[in-house]
Design a protein around this ligand. Structure first.
Ligand code: SAM
Length: 225
């Protein structure tokens, strides 16, 4: 069974799609999609040989090797034109690394009907990348697993203009205001309050650092209200 985080990613994959899962590690996501969501083909890309072996083992164990290609490659270089991949999943990496992987593919003119991205950090960097590279965000979701919050960003070809607030909070997430979204940003408010206390104790209330945190604090409060 998939973790809540990967289950959230899986929900956005279109039945019948030909997918590539980049940075797949154990291959749980493509295996689940092949077994439960009627996808017809999966490319599994891994840059490291240990994780690649994990994926091979998982697909073998589940008798899925006939529907998969497992390739040792950097990012989207795992995908060949003849794969006819329609949707790409990239999960469990930082938003900056995901952006770099997408950039390298973009330079090779690789385009897909749907990107299903689950950055662990720097979501705003990834949203900015999408905005600048002719993808529009068509769905978003957030899930809590233990003390961590994970966001998924789904993008499809198209134009979109995002505000700074959209980039940071998510254009759709900030409208949906799901309980996990609320909890994530409440936690961030508490973290900033601790920073305020520390700066005050160090007599650093009149600094630009304090001011910047104050701007961020107010911005979060406005989005949550
Ligand atoms: N996608 C899985 C998930 O969400 O559970 C595994 C996430 S794991 C934390 C990140 C994986 O991405 C690692 O197995 C790592 O080897 C792989 N990876 C990192 N950079 C990569 C790149 N440029 N191309 C392909 N895979 C990469």
């Amino acid at each position: 069974n998939l973790s809540p985080r990967l289950a959230m990613v899986a929900r956005f994959v279109t039945p019948g799609a030909r997918i590539a899962d980049i940075g797949s590690d154990h291959g749980y996501l493509p295996a689940h999609l092949l077994l439960n969501q009627n996808i017809t083909y999966a490319v599994i890309g891994e840059v490291a040989s240990g994780p690649l072996e994990n994926a091979k083992h998982e697909l073998d164990r589940r008798h899925l090797t006939a529907y998969t290609q497992v390739r040792l490659a950097n990012g989207l270089a795992a995908i060949l034109p003849e794969d006819n991949v329609t949707e790409v999943t990239i999960a469990g990496m930082g938003g900056i690394l995901i952006s770099e992987i997408l950039s390298a593919g973009y330079q090779r003119h690789q385009k897909f009907e749907k990107l299903i991205l689950q950055p662990n950090t720097d979501e705003q960097v990834l949203r900015t990348w999408l905005e600048q590279h002719h993808y529009q965000i068509t769905a978003e979701d957030i899930v809590q697993e233990g003390k961590h919050f994970y966001e998924v960003i789904v993008a499809q070809p198209g134009e979109q203009v995002l505000s700074e607030t959209d980039r940071l909070f998510g254009p759709l997430l900030r409208k949906q205001q799901a309980p996990a979204f609320f909890a994530k940003w409440q936690k961030e408010l508490q973290r900033i309050e601790t920073i305020f206390d520390n700066l005050a104790a160090a007599d650093k209330v009149e600094t630009s650092a304090y001011q910047e945190w104050h701007i961020r604090y107010t911005q979060i409060q406005e989005v949550l209200s």
